[in-house]
Design a protein around this ligand. Structure first.
Ligand code: ADP
Ligand code: ZN
Ligand code: ZN
Length: 744
């Protein structure tokens, strides 16, 4: 019989071995080895035992046959990566750049079969009389334990196993012996862990308004015609997007398919999940990082078996093994957490669209502040765009006031609160209404600004702010430009120019000094170290145990507090000065979302933006909730500088223990890409020191490539990967990040 060979990818995350190796399938394993299954093989010179996945079977031998090793065994305990998951992993490796094994690990988020929770009971198999007789006989032979169990079974023919071995003090051997004699049997039922523990709350049913209904009808119509497109619902917070998702999910489930609902991890709160539970009951499951491995495994098992038809979760819920996914919803689609921070650095939106194409499913994206990427595609007609322009309930959007902090400073107010905000906080304290104060520190990276005029020191070549390093010099993290420390504002010559350094803790102290009667809750990384802290603070605030909730962006996401009538945003522009091209977009998203937090109850809400840049379009557009105005301005900037979505951007990220070595490698990689002599080569920026030049004793370098065509950037990546494979690097690491969310 002719030998059959399998291509196996070895489970070591290292570029060096990122290619399949051929193994012979021994005869006794021929019918056990399948594509996607996990196997043990001898690897390397020492024939160390390693595990790997079978990628293909039946290719002709690449080597002299006597030199090809044999597969040792098939790992039964593992889930097999089914063919389509391997295809998905291959797509992710190609599109986002990673090793094959890292891609496989990503699409198989649950790798070990964990035992289901078992319920064991002992059932009587004889009637009462016979049991009584047997008990009598056992007792007379001094088999006391047997007698005890037989007596107990007379009284109740079904006893929980732990009770038998515990309270009755009967050994497993004794149970077995009675089982053999035919008096009883042990019945094992397995139960999947269900992470949702809800009281059955009343189901309130809303009937959709005409705008919502139109969206549902239109998408439903497409589904019936087997048009599997991508849809973007742009709707202000509270416009009823979630109701639309639920209606579509319900139709999808009625048609016999399953639905995946992605939400950012931070919104996976009781509030959101219970809404789905009220509508769909036990058909819903959730998956998230706080579940144990066993709980996660069970959710995927339940999905596979059809016990649940709706899976809610962050990014990784995309890999739910539903038999027939018909709908993937991505709520808050602009959130940067939809992009993986580890290799493969995939974006959930792109993977969802890929999966949907393969499976015949629809993708719904929703946001009050869509990503520029999605909105651009919608405008080009790649996605279908729907807009929901007003809130679904009677309450209106809040009034926004912008206060100019330069003026406050000029007029002698050196406090971090503008006079307007102080008055409004005072007023709320008197009326017993609640205030939220949001310190916008996102993207904050040591930039320098002038307290008199708001001027921010920027790179003359890149239009991003320079960052102050410990050595006092200012650096650009895109191109490596550097300059000396400034002591005087270049615009107005004021000496009050420095980095903005106030933290939440200092602000809490200032609040207490200024408003001694106020009860303040603070939410930031320090006060939310334990698992439940986050929910605890929110529920205390929701129960009106405090007047003011002060926090970082954590307080902004998706919570409705009906008592909040004032939202203060300290340093609204702070995040504008983060040193990357998404700063404006991120600021607009945060401010729009934050403004949406006030006035969710009966009373009209008010918002105060404190800023040094009151005329900046991200500030003015978010104050009026004018997405389109923001979009137009921001796109001009992206187009001028060829940033996504005006072009595609590839970041090649290098790390290594020695600075010179990593610089040399970056230079070599850049040269290698140059040598491809592409007809229409991408624009290269760098190599340069990364935004974070050194982390955990590793030096970091980055090279950027810009091109209109994603495919060209993939070619660059592939060429670099090919070259890296010939180098066999041990100390350096190279990763690819397409259209990155954050600076490296
Ligand atoms: P979004 O997801 O856009 O923020 P939601 O779907 O959460 O909006 O809706 C906001 C609020 O309005 C919720 O309390 C919801 O129950 C309510 N709502 C939405 N649609 C309707 C409707 N058609 N009729 C009545 N109430 C609605
Ligand atoms: Zn100045
Ligand atoms: Zn620069």
């Amino acid at each position: 019989m002719q030998a059959v060979y399998a291509d196996v990818i070895i489970d070591i995350s290292h570029e060096k071995v990122d290619r399949p190796f051929q193994y012979r399938i021994p005869e006794h394993l021929l019918d056990k080895v399948t594509v996607g299954c996990k196997v043990t093989v001898p690897f390397g010179r020492g024939n160390t035992s390693r595990t790997g996945y079978v990628l293909a079977i039946g290719n002709p031998p690449e080597w002299e046959e006597s030199r090809i090793k044999e597969i040792s065994e098939v790992c039964d305990k593992s889930i097999t990566a089914e063919d389509n998951l391997i295809a998905l992993a291959a797509y992710m490796k190609e599109t986002f750049g990673s090793t094959m094994i890292a891609a496989l690990k990503t699409v198989l988020p649950v790798k070990k079969v964990t035992k289901a929770v078992e319920h064991k009971t002992v059932h009587a198999l004889k009637d009462e009389k016979e049991l009584q007789l047997a008990a009598f006989n056992a007792a007379s032979k001094h088999r006391r334990a047997q007698a005890r169990l037989l007596d107990a079974l007379c009284e109740s023919p079904e006893i929980a196993y732990p009770l038998v071995t515990g309270k009755l003090n009967v050994s497993p051997q004794t149970v077995q012996s009675l089982e053999k004699q035919g008096y009883c049997k042990v019945v094992v039922t397995t139960e999947y862990r269900n992470p949702i523990r809800f009281r059955d709350e009343s189901r309130k049913c809303v009937s959709l308004n005409p705008d919502q209904q139109k969206i549902v009808d239109s998408i439903e119509e497409d589904r019936k015609q087997k048009k599997y497109g991508t849809y973007l619902i742009h709707g202000v917070t509270g416009s009823g997007k979630t109701e639309v998702y639920m209606e579509l999910i319900s139709k999808c489930v009625e048609s016999g398919k399953q639905a995946i609902m992605l939400i950012p991890e931070i919104s996976l709160t009781y509030q959101t999940v219970s809404r789905f539970y009220q509508r769909f009951g036990d058909q819903v499951s959730v998956i998230h990082s706080r579940l144990s491995e066993g709980e996660r495994f069970d959710q995927f098992e339940r999905a596979k078996k059809g016990e649940v038809t709706v899976m809610i979760g962050p990014r990784s819920a995309l890999f739910t093994p539903f038999p027939n996914t018909g709908l993937i919803v991505i709520d808050e689609e602009h959130e940067s957490t939809y992009k993986s921070e580890t290799s493969p650095k995939y974006h959930a939106r792109e993977v969802a669209i890929y999966l949907a194409k393969k499976n015949g499913a629809q993708v719904i994206l929703g946001s009050a502040t869509p990503s520029l990427e999605s909105y651009t595609r919608a405008k080009r007609g790649e996605y279908t765009l729907f807009e929901l322009e007003s809130r679904a309930t009677a309450n209106t959007l809040p009034t926004v006031h912008i206060t100019d902090m330069r003026k406050e400073f000029e007029e002698g107010n050196k406090s971090i609160f503008s006079r307007l905000l102080q008055n409004k906080i005072e007023d709320r304290l008197e009326k017993g209404e609640q205030t939220m104060l949001f310190l916008n520190r996102r993207g904050y990276a040591g930039f320098i600004s002038c307290r008199s005029c708001g001027e921010v020191i920027k790179c003359p070549h890149c239009d991003v702010s320079l960052s102050e390093h410990r050595d006092g010099k200012l650096y650009c993290h895109y191109c490596g430009f550097e300059q000396r420390k400034v002591t005087k504002c270049p615009a107005c010559s004021s000496p009050y120019i420095a980095g903005f350094k106030a933290g939440t803790q200092q602000i809490e102290e200032l609040i207490l000094k200024q408003f001694p009667t106020a009860v303040v809750l603070r939410m930031d990384a320090d006060t939310t170290k334990n698992k439940d802290d986050y929910e605890k603070i929110l529920s205390r605030f929701s129960n009106r145990e405090a007047d003011i909730l002060l926090g970082t962006q954590m307080i902004v996401k998706g919570h409705d507090f009906s008592g909040v009538t004032l939202m203060g945003i300290l340093a609204a522009d702070l995040s504008l000065n983060g040193n990357d091209y998404r700063s404006g977009e991120r600021t607009f998203q945060l401010l729009t979302q934050a403004a949406g937090r006030a006035g969710r109850g009966e009373i009209q809400g008010e918002v105060v933006f404190q800023t040094y840049q009151p005329e900046h379009y991200a500030i003015t557009a978010s104050a009026t909730q004018d997405y389109k105005a923001f979009y137009e301005e921001e796109m001009l900037y992206r187009e001028m500088l060829l940033y996504p979505p005006a072009a595609e951007l590839l970041a090649v990220q290098l790390t290594g223990p020695d600075e010179k070595g990593i610089e040399a490698l970056a230079a070599k990689l850049a040269l290698q890409a140059e040598s491809m002599a592409l007809q229409d080569p991408p624009v290269r920026i760098g190599p340069a020191k990364a935004a974070l030049g050194k982390k955990k004793d590793l030096y970091r370098q980055v090279i950027y490539y810009k091109h209109k065509d994603y495919e060209t950037l993939i070619q660059v990546k592939n060429e670099m990967e090919r070259y890296l494979n010939t180098l066999q690097l041990r100390r350096e690491n190279v990763q690819f990040d397409f259209n990155p969310m954050h600076m490296f």
